[in-house]
Write a protein that binds this ligand. Structure first.
Ligand SMILES: [Zn+2]
Length: 104
């Protein structure tokens, strides 16, 4: 393990697949998001987004539509490492609360 990263370029990723899905956030489809919970603990999520971030979605649909869904994870789904250990020093660089699901 290296020293504390100062930018995302310096983050040591658990694997290239995780990095790829992290970089996909904000676009329609699946992505990895990182944030801190209210108590400061790191949170890692798989996010599914039905529309791009600047798209407010279908109008006048007769039933509720899920535009964004988030599933919390503790281990990388591809390499199996414990995410809180791998990214302990990088959480605040990786957090993108503007891409989170809107809280009701
Ligand atoms: Zn991984």
């Amino acid at each position: 393990m290296g020293s504390r990263p100062l930018s995302l370029d310096q983050v040591t990723w658990c694997c290239g697949i995780f990095k790829g899905w992290f970089e996909a956030a904000g676009e329609r489809g699946i992505a990895i998001l990182v944030d801190r919970q209210a108590d400061g603990a790191p949170a890692f999520m798989i996010q599914s987004r039905s529309v791009d971030t600047d798209d407010e979605g279908p109008k006048n649909h007769p039933r509720p539509v899920t535009l964004v869904a988030e599933l919390h994870i503790q281990f990388c789904p591809w390499c199996g490492r414990r995410l809180a250990d791998v990214y302990r020093d990088a959480i605040d660089l990786m957090a993108r609360p503007q891409l989170r699901q809107a809280q009701p």
